[in-house]
Write a new protein. Sequence first.
Length: 147
Amino acid sequence: MAEPVADQNPALPQPASDGQGEVTEPTSGNREAAKYRTKLREAEAKLEATEKRVHSLLRAQVESLAGKELSVASDLFDIGGASIDDLTDPEGNVMPDAVDAAVKALLAKRPGLRNGPAPWGDVGGGRRGSMPDPSPTMLEALKFTRR
């Protein structure tokens, strides 16, 4: 008959005794790996947040350039189908020439998106700055005769 086998795997590290009869757990490679995985996830989350922020800043810069000719600057992305990658160089800088070309191409297809003049100019309503000296009134004429 075979002897009963202990529940120990010789390939795994075994708890060590500290000499006083207490068993101490060795530092586990799994704990260290879990710590590094946690740090990796945190770093990936920070990287993703930073990429989103840079993307939104680049989009704002492109919309600022496009807003000079478009009435709604985001139309370059929404209607024109432009992307940040198309409008930036390999280093990630916005290329104003590429933005202008994309805006002109969009306006060639959709001229109604152009940032046109204000529909009304100065229509003369409301009070103006300083009023000229008023002309004499009848009341002032009667005041002169009483003296």
